[in-house]
Design a protein around this ligand. Structure first.
Ligand code: UD1
Ligand code: CA
Length: 421
């Protein structure tokens, strides 16, 4: 198998986003837009991935971290110029280069694999991923010759009336032979109208030299949803969340009124769990089997629920682990807590996990009973089978030992609990 490397273009300003944050760092289903494109590169087996950055380069670099190498394009002189900035990394390098844009998070991994496979099978120097849109406005049009062969990609501004009527468009994803790409990219001239170097011009250039070029057509139109505006971001969010919801329903999770339930990318939900309306589940949350969540619950990052856990209305959980069978049915908050199996968290109970400087941990034992409106001031603990009376305040210096009952403010231990393990 020949080697595949990837270049992701992410240096543009994203002017239409009207944002202080680079558009590729805006969140889609809880994850930066650019990370979806990095995921695609990883999924298709990219040996090396380069992200071309420019606008707010440091912010983008920090977000990329160790996931890819960053190449700086100091001036945004166009997509061909951006690719050319990577030339130094491709000296004497063979194999293929996949080029994608950093603002297309809905790219389908399977389609990209097909694109690369088709490119290799046909022995081409360049293959562009295209799709047919009902409304092609704003996109580069695919110009084909008499026998249907790809002749050029024409930006809308440069199209004749006939060309503008073409509905096959450039998705902005390409597979190139690395050698052919870098041998010719320096010959692209600036576009006369925009004065930018267009990567799209490489197609006509290679074809003119007798190179094999072509298009791979996909019907996955969403693959092309490049996010240029916040309205595009909202549409992508909707499409992506629909996909996530469909995935969990296919995997045995009941969503009551799915449209009102928000599940971010990278959460996990066990079989036969039921999620009630208006519930928000953040990235990385893990929910066991046979749980009941919501309505109106919010599970924040770092939350892990065992099996048969019940989390009811207006409950919020953050960075906490709940054992099997925990009941937390009414408005309450757990943060930085570890809760043993079958504990009961009463209405209004909260962990006061933040002291103004640090987040502190709370441990609630197995079968512990936390009464209504109890406040657990962390770091603190209620032992296995312990009972925190209604309205009590458990402090760092006054913990409730295993099997004991504590009441009052601050808490005093008054007796043994009736039942404990
Ligand atoms: C581009 C294509 C168009 C295609 C469309 C698909 C060109 C000339 N046109 O148009 O045919 O239909 O994508 O969405 O390529 N970028 C840089 N450096 C630059 C300029 C851009 O890194 O100097 C990056 C941007 O951050 C962006 C990507 O390249 O991620 C595409 O640039 P953009 O200006 O959005 O191109 P489009 O006009 O959408
Ligand atoms: Ca774009």
């Amino acid at each position: 198998m020949k080697e595949l490397r990837t270049i992701i273009l992410a240096a543009g300003k994203g002017t239409r986003f009207q944002s202080e944050t680079p558009k590729v760092l805006h969140l889609l289903a809880g994850k930066p837009v650019l990370h979806y494109v990095l995921d695609v590169a990883a999924a298709v087996g990219s040996l090396r991935t380069y992200v071309v950055v420019g606008h707010k380069a440091d912010m983008v670099r920090a977000s990329v971290g160790a996931r890819a190498e960053v190449v700086v394009q100091h001036e945004q002189l166009g997509t061909a110029h951006a690719v050319r900035c990577c030339a130094g990394h491709f000296k004497g390098v063979g194999g293929e280069v996949l080029v994608m844009c950093g603002d297309t998070p809905l790219l389908d991994k399977a389609v990209i694999r097909q694109l690369v496979a088709d490119h290799r099978r046909q022995g081409r120097q360049a293959t562009v991923l295209t799709t047919i849109l009902a409304d092609a406005s704003g996109y580069g049009r695919i110009i084909r010759g008499e026998k249907g062969a790809l002749v050029a990609i024409r930006e809308q501004k440069d199209c004749s009336a006939e060309e503008a009527a073409v509905r096959e468009i450039n998705t902005g994803v390409y597979c190139f032979s690395a050698e052919a790409l870098f041998a010719s990219i320096g010959r692209i001239r600036p576009n006369p109208k925009k004065k930018e170097f267009y990567l799209t011009d490489i197609m006509a250039l290679l074809a003119a030299q007798g190179g094999r070029t072509g298009a791979f057509v996909t019907d996955a139109w969403t693959a092309n949803l490049g996010l240029n505006t916040r309205a595009d971001l909202a549409l992508a969010e909707k499409i992506f969340r629909d996909k996530i919801r469909a995935h969990w329903m296919e995997n045995g999770v009941t969503l009551v009124d799915p449209a009102t339930i928000y599940i971010e990318d990278g959460a996990h939900i066990g079989q036969d769990t039921v999620i009630y309306p208006c519930t928000y589940i953040h990235a990385g949350v893990r929910i066991g089997k046979n749980c009941s969540i919501g309505p109106f619950a919010r599970l924040r990052p770092g939350t892990k629920l065992g099996d048969a856990v019940a989390v009811g209305n207006f409950a919020e959980i953050s960075r906490s682990v709940l054992g099997d069978g925990v009941m937390m049915k009414h408005f309450s908050f757990l943060g930085d807590a570890v809760v043993g199996a079958c504990a009961n968290i009463g209405a209004g109970a909260v962990t006061a996990n933040y002291d103004g400087h640090n987040k502190n941990k709370t441990r609630i034992g197995r079968r512990a009973f936390i009464g209504c409106d109890a406040v657990l001031v962390a770091p603190t603990e209620v032992g296995d089978g312990g009972v925190a009376g209604a309205g009590c305040v458990v402090t760092p210096s006054r913990k409730i030992p295993r099997g004991m009952v504590g009441v009052g403010v601050p808490v005093s231990i008054i007796q043994k609990a009736k039942t404990h393990e």
